[in-house]
Write a protein that binds this ligand. Sequence first.
Ligand code: G3P
Ligand code: CA
Length: 390
Amino acid sequence: MATQESGRRGTGTSPGRRAVLGAAVLGAGAAAMGAPGVARAGERHGHGHGGHRDLPVPTVVAHRGASGYRPEHTIGSYQLALDMGAHVIEQDVVPTKDGHLVCRHENDITGTTDVAAHPEFAGRKTTKTVDGAKLTGWFTEDFTLAELKTLRAKERIPGTRQHNTLYDGRWQVPTLEEVFRWAEKEGRRRGKRVWLHIETKHPTYFRKLGLGLEEPLAKLLRRYDRHHRNSPNFLQSFEPSSIQRLHKLVGAPGVVLLSSASSRPWDFVEAGDPRTVADLVTPKGLSWIASYAKGIGPTLDLVIPKGPDGKLQKPTTLVRDAHAKGLLLHPYTMRNENTFLPADFKKGTDPNAYGDAFGAFKAYFATGIDGIFSDNPDTALLAAADFAGH
Ligand code: G3P
Ligand code: CA
């Protein structure tokens, strides 16, 4: 993947012209949050043949819900994201001991629930190796759903997001089925489908435990009529074999997540496949992904690398190369706080204060990406509206 000249960004089609921000999407949400007038008709997204063609571009994916403002992966976080007008709401899923899919970023629930304060579960604390990493804590696969439901979610990064701790203890860990029911109810109320972006977490690890994720996920998708190619959900994973498996089970579009260039997907490690992410972002690697997926979810650094000073450099050719294979790009993750922003967009010295997030969004949108994961969907929507108004 070569670094792209700044004058030749995108796919040959101006990102500005490709941008679509429909009145139906922003009218009730971002407009109410103060977005400028963006209700203009535009060109629809052209990749693939699924319902995702109808999504606005750039598509705002609420990362773990509106996790910049509420404890992640709670109904409260999802609800706020939807109320803000986010186009798609993300769920990460892991299984319980009895095979239910629940929404957590990882199976280690030490940092995002109050499990440590439950003396009845003190004996469940253990040390495991998950995808090569040794972890000590409490794990979803050691709890039945009934047991997990006695816990309450809490803020993951209270030092950075003290305000979010106001909501600690307010919500349970939701099951994916509860989220589907919530989406159905909200969809009826709003008269439009609620889009979800569902990620299988540690799928090879769980399959080895007899807790394969893809089959129960496909079953649930079918039960809620979300298994078609035009159904309002994306299915994502850092492990390509999980997306390949899902591709055989359901029609919903798959997105292969890509971590740093030097990393190897854990299923590759287990299978002895020597390829790294650097191999997957070559035209050959992207062609391979396009044979079973509709998109990629690269880390933002694969789209615009940072230099040794932490500042953004020239965009790579990844957007152009992926689009050439018919793949959409949903990079991750934009967050408003200085600590997460590229050095050129930090403001002041407080790492937890907000920096120039709009400046960073603008730089990323200018590359021609199709969407973005953000903990701050309201900011992302305003930035997308600014971009569409160019
Ligand atoms: O799924 C996109 C993005 O969420 C990937 O990062 O670690 O937050 O799941 P992570
Ligand atoms: Ca995720």
